[in-house]
Design a binder for this molecule. Structure first.
Ligand SMILES: Nc1ncnc2c1ncn2[C@@H]1O[C@H](COP(=O)(O)OP(=O)(O)OP(=O)(O)O)[C@@H](O)[C@H]1O
Ligand SMILES: [Mg+2]
Length: 972
């Protein structure tokens, strides 16, 4: 019935919003818009209108749509939107993207799969895929704005939801509009949270669609029905356009045919009875061939390929063309942009058709679809979906497909992988071996944990433990995994009890299993800050391990012992164990190390605290590579921690910030609060060193909040440290003290691992000095000194000396202050921690100036400023330079010829000015990079520097500053 309105009826306000948002995007700004409304209210119609308007403006429009029965195809909505388009692009265009980005894209978009190298990052790193898509979008929007239309998102698969969340949280830095539609009552929790957050932060415009008015309804029906019928229709439909149309169809048909409507069914649709009846009636009038094809299509998918629908329906290709014509004529399906691919008129129609098919027939139709897909070489994911719906219990081939599909999805789409592993378990024959079942349960538990479903993961593990006999090898592995999840859930006591019981149950208390459990019990001490217990268990483990002659196991035990000793402050003993562990680990081939990867992980952690930064870095890198290759995700957070510290201490501040930034994203995705809290606090410390105080504060505050929800422990204490450091820098020493001493065990910071205590006490010293409490500062510095002496570490010594120097300077003894500060710098140099050394030198500079030695002061300050500059510690550098200027020095920076003694735009380098001018032209970073032949990273760092120099926080402000200074063109 072609008489229905072709144009959009009503919705003036929404259309105005569209124009506004499109206008924003045309200016180069990213935007997002969300349509919310009940089924049939007109969301898809309006999205089409938006797409048409964007097209008119010459924007690139790409549309994707989630489907009700295909919620398990990873990233489907984005694949639907992007894949065809990207496939059609000139390959050289994508060549401009980083190699790493292309590899990630390959794992998301089938059309690019050839770009991949087959390796996949651990699921903790799936944020990299999100970043890659963000970059792709930025890239696609380089020359024309890009509009990404995502419909029916309430049915989106979990991986798409995560990706969308990431894009909303950090929108592409380009002219990209994301327009999406959802039904309000069907939005999954995670999507709702992401949308809610974006709404709160005003990064998404939300439009709620309500019923059409009576007048609009009439306009929609376009006088296709008589006045009395129109009134009744409005009444029955409640102003819902889909209902109106559907009811109108049957009214007009009834008038044409003169036969009454009868036999309603399909109430499963959750639409008014009259609408369901109208739809059922429409379907009942189809010829049997068309009906069959339509049913096949409902099984095959929405959108569906004609061949696949025919295969599902088991209709010969010859008959399908005629049947298709009938369906097209009646508007039940419509063509898409892709030849031979069609869509249902509306998802509700597909649902009605699908639900009305007999169950047995449906099973077979899915089976036929799975076969047809296999014959066409379709992806495992595409096949798994149909296998899952058709396979019989005990079907080993189906189990294999589902398991493989699960494994393929586990890294990027763990939630979907968990479903497939679960389906494989369900199909597993009763006679299957316990081992096989346990493998699947473990895989499922791992995927569940990776997507934040810790409780479900825990249940899966309990279930598998019940399955294996007491003496099985798998048992210890399962118990350990289970305790690991209990730690994640904050149930540390449960974890300890479980491990203790498992150990007691072992027949042979000197077996490898026993050693493994003792190592776990040692690690358990870490969560409670009980370092002595940690050490005792590690000692027992090592004692039991030695006679077994298992090198990897011994390495694991001795590395754990080394770390326990470090944390407990037994540094000399730790050093001995470290040396043994390193010797063992370095001779183990990767294949053996993979069996006890914790050996390398704990070794790296110990080396970090033992000030062996190079070795720590090397061992952490190696462990990371093995973890990636063998999918041992659990170790990734610790390794990121080690690498982030090694880079930060080594003065590579930007690298450490980037590492923790990624880890924060990863932890958000996996819902792992502990890891998120830890990464945030480390992100904060890196930001502080870089001089980004705002970022340091925000991240530390979030970390403190999260840690508070966990058990009191190292997480809370460390988060408190980061917050205190940031607060002191913002001039709030009182709150800083509060944040620091509370969770760390009072003024003595007694709960802090001894190797770290001097460093923490140095911060406390500065807090007290800032508060004018010389007495308490003195005490804190003395404690720092004692702590440093007790552990005998140079880093601790350096910090303690700096604390003493600060107190001495405050007390009017600049000579002692200078001497201690220089000793502190020397100790830091010895370890190779340039930022720390420079901070000590800055203090030495102050002291020397006060001691009447201006030349030596200037020399120290200049060296400090240069080092801080080289590391990117800009705020600390500025502080050193400030003192230099006070001493009458002019600042010359060889490495960056900006005029830093000037302020504002004057201080920008030529290159920065060039970038700034392009910002004035509203170019995106990607465009600027292309125009100036720079890498996007370099542009980012120019932007970062300009923000700092101009003391602004947005591009708009940069543009304004440059325009105000009359430097918007090169000649001015
Ligand atoms: N404002 C309008 N003007 C003209 N036709 C409309 C309007 N709103 C909706 N329609 C028509 O009503 C029908 C249902 O609308 P649409 O498919 O957009 O609903 P929806 O909100 O996307 O529903 P669902 O949640 O089920 O996807 C479509 O045929 C559409 O063309
Ligand atoms: Mg819709």
């Amino acid at each position: 019935m072609g008489q229905l309105a072709e144009h959009v009826v009503g919705r003036d306000e929404e259309l105005r919003s569209f124009d506004q948002v499109l206008g924003d995007v045309a200016q180069g700004r990213p935007a997002a818009i969300q349509l919310v409304g009940e089924p049939g209210i007109g969301k898809t119609r309006l999205l089409a209108q938006l797409a048409a308007r964007a097209n008119e403006r010459g924007h690139v429009v790409l549309s994707g749509c989630a489907a009700e029965f295909e919620r398990d195809l990873p990233f489907w909505v984005f694949v639907d939107a992007l894949d065809e388009y990207v496939q059609g692009l000139d390959p050289r265009l994508l060549g401009a993207l980083d190699e790493a980005v292309r590899t990630e894209l390959a794992s998301v978009l089938p059309s690019l799969s050839a770009l991949g190298d087959g390796t996949a990052a651990p699921h903790d790193e799936r944020y990299r895929a999100h970043r890659a898509i963000r970059q792709l979008l930025e890239h696609l929007a380089t020359f024309k704005p890009l509009v990404l239309v995502l419909d029916d998102l309430h049915w989106a698969d979990p991986a798409s939801v995560e990706l969308l969340g990431a894009l909303l949280r950090r929108p592409p830095d380009a002219a990209v509009l994301i327009a999406l539609a959802v039904r309000p009552r069907q939005v999954p929790e995670r999507l709702a949270a992401a949308l809610e957050r974006a709404h709160r932060e005003e990064t998404v415009v939300r439009l709620e669609l309500t019923a059409l008015s009576r007048g609009e309804a009439d306009e929609l029906l376009n006088e296709s029905v008589v006045e009395t019928a129109a009134a009744a229709l409005y009444e029955d439909s409640g102003g819902n356009p889909f209902y109106l149309e559907q009811l109108a169809r049957s009214v007009s048909r009834a008038t044409e045919a003169g036969s009454p409507v009868s036999a309603p069914h399909a109430a499963v649709l959750e639409v008014p009875q009259t609408v369901a009846a109208a739809l059922a009636e429409e379907l009942a009038l189809l010829s049997s061939g068309a009906r069959r094809l339509l049913e096949g299509a409902a099984v095959a998918g929405d959108p569906f390929a004609l061949e696949l629908a025919a295969a599902a329906a088991a209709v010969p290709d010859a008959g399908s063309a005629e049947a298709l014509d009938e369906l097209l004529r009646l508007g039940l399906v419509r063509p898409t942009d892709v030849p031979r691919r069609f869509r249902f008129r509306h998802p509700l129609v597909r649902r009605a058709v699908y639900e009305a098919t007999p169950g047995g027939w449906r099973l077979e139709a899915h089976e036929r679809t799975a076969e047809a897909l296999e014959a066409r070489g379709a992806s495992l994911a595409a096949r798994a979906h149909h296998v899952e719906r058709s396979a019989r219990h005990g079907d080993l081939a189906a189990v294999a497909i589902l398991r493989e599909a699960g494994e393929a999805a586990a890294r990027r789409a763990p939630e979907t992988a968990a479903i497939w592993f679960g389906d494989a378990l369900r199909l597993l024959p009763d006679a299957a071996s316990a081992d096989e079942r346990v493998e699947l349960l473990l895989a499922r538990a791992g995927s569940l944990a990776a997507s934040g479903h810790f409780l479900d993961s825990h249940s899966a593990l309990l279930e598998s433990i019940a399955l294996v006999p007491d003496e099985s090898v798998a048992r210890v592995r399962l118990m350990t995994a289970c305790a690991g999840v209990e730690h994640l859930l904050g149930r540390h006591d449960d974890a300890r009890d479980r491990l203790g019981r498992a150990l007691e149950d072992l027949e042979n208390p000197a077996s490898a299993d026993a050693v493994a459990l003792m190592i776990e019990l040692s690690v358990d001490g870490f969560y409670r800050m009980e370092y002595d217990a940690m050490r005792e268990w590690a000692q027992r483990a090592l004692l039991a391990a030695r006679p077994l002659g298992d090198k990897a196991l011994t390495a694991a035990a001795v590395a754990t012992l080394a770390y326990a000793c470090v944390l407990g402050g037994a540094i000399t003993e730790a050093e001995g164990h470290r040396a043994e562990a390193a010797a063992l680990v370095d001779t183990l081939p990767d294949s053996e190390l993979a069996l006890r990867l914790d050996a390398a992980v704990n070794l790296a952690a110990a080396e970090l605290d033992l000030e062996r930064l190079t070795e720590a870095g090397a061992h952490a890198e190696r462990a990371m590579a093995v973890a990636r290759a063998t999918g041992q995700n659990d170790f990734v957070p610790v390794l990121v921690y080690c690498l982030g510290w090694v880079t930060r201490l080594g003065g590579r501040l930007a690298d450490s910030a980037e590492l923790f930034d990624g880890a924060v994203e990863g932890a958000r995705l996996s819902g792992n609060t502990q890891s998120l809290a830890g990464n945030l606090l480390n992100r904060s410390l890196s930001a502080l060193a870089e001089g980004d105080i705002q970022m340091a504060l925000i991240t530390a505050e979030e970390s403190v909040d999260l840690a508070r929800r966990l058990d009191q422990g190292l997480a809370s204490a460390s988060a408190g440290l980061a917050l205190a450091a940031a607060l002191l820098e913002t001039g709030d020493p009182a709150r800083a003290v509060e944040a620091l001493v509370g969770p760390a065990g009072g003024d003595e910071l007694s709960r802090v691992p001894r190797a770290w205590a001097a460093s923490w006490l140095e911060l406390l010293t500065r807090c007290w000095l800032a508060l004018g409490r010389s007495d308490l500062a003195d005490l804190a510095a003395a404690r720092a000194d004692a702590a440093a002496t007790a552990v005998g570490l140079r880093m601790a010594r350096s910090k303690a000396d700096r604390a003493t120097a600060a107190v001495a300077l405050d007390a009017g003894d600049p000579d002692l202050a200078a001497e201690r500060a220089l000793a502190s710098a020397a100790a830091a140099d010895d370890v190779g921690i340039p930022v720390e050394a420079a901070l000590s030198r800055t203090l030495a500079g102050h002291a020397l100036a006060q001691a009447g030695q201006p030349e030596r002061a200037v020399a120290e300050l200049q060296r400090a400023a240069a080092e801080l500059h080289a590391c990117g510690a800009l705020r600390y550098r500025d502080a050193a330079e400030h003192e230099l200027r006070r001493l009458g020095e002019r600042i010359h920076r060889r490495t960056r010829p900006g005029k830093t003694d000037r302020v504002g735009v004057e201080s920008l380098t030529e290159r920065e000015l060039e970038v700034a001018r392009l910002v004035v032209d509203r170019r995106t970073n990607t465009e600027i990079a292309t125009t100036l032949f720079l890498s996007p990273k370099t542009v980012e760092s120019h932007m970062h520097n300009m923000f700092q120099k101009l003391d602004v926080s947005s591009r708009v402000e940069v543009a304004r500053a440059v325009e105000r200074a009359g430097r918007a063109t090169p000649d001015s």
